[in-house]
Write a protein that binds this ligand. Sequence first.
Ligand code: ADE
Length: 249
Amino acid sequence: MRIDILTLFPEMFPGVLGSSILGKAAEKGIVEFHVTNFREYSESKHGTVDDTPYGGGGGMVLKPEPLFRAVEAIAGDTRPRVILMCPQGRPYTQKIAEELAKEEHLVLICGHYEGYDERIRQHLATDEISIGDYVLTGGELAAMVVIDSIVRLQPGALGNETSAVTDSYTTGLLEHPHYTRPAEFRGWKVPDVLLSGHHANIERWRLKESLRRTLERRPELLARIELTEEMRRLLQEIEQEKNTGGHPD
Ligand code: ADE
């Protein structure tokens, strides 16, 4: 997979793209990152990339020419997905990450401070993505979030192949609690079942705690998945425990 990033602040990227899972994925050749300062594609000798808005008002607007020229130079005859990072975009989810992870080539465009000339949205971008209902100073951090979530889904990127499969959101449920040694810390004990070595009971506990956590924190996620018989039974147990004030831990 190849990921191009168009930004006015390329110096923001080497740390994130060169570290941890992303850095290893690039080293292994699973992904290739190309960070380009689109100021290089400005047609003016001063490297101008923005201008005042038609109709007046404050702020600056990113001009179309540098971004069109940069994307066209990168794409050549190919048609990569061209993703505009912006607060007005489609709210980003694991489902979109899974969809984008299948692409061979992505181009991510990061604006900074300014808005985009509308012709960039209409005739250059294939997608617009927002990572949440808040406004960042630029698309760079948002692009890093999107890249991280996509690269970790590439086969071979995670050391433990199964860990992406049990992720929160991949299963449609939030993850169950995790514990490691010591079995007792400051009087707080690890649930007995996890020390029992009984795998079926452990799996059942994990599923139940995933359901409990999802019900408590993100009940709307439960409505989106198809519940198995076992899940229904466990949810009933959780409801009963709520009524009787009981909780196994
Ligand atoms: N640029 C500024 N804010 C953003 C957001 N929430 N998501 C994506 N890009 C952005």
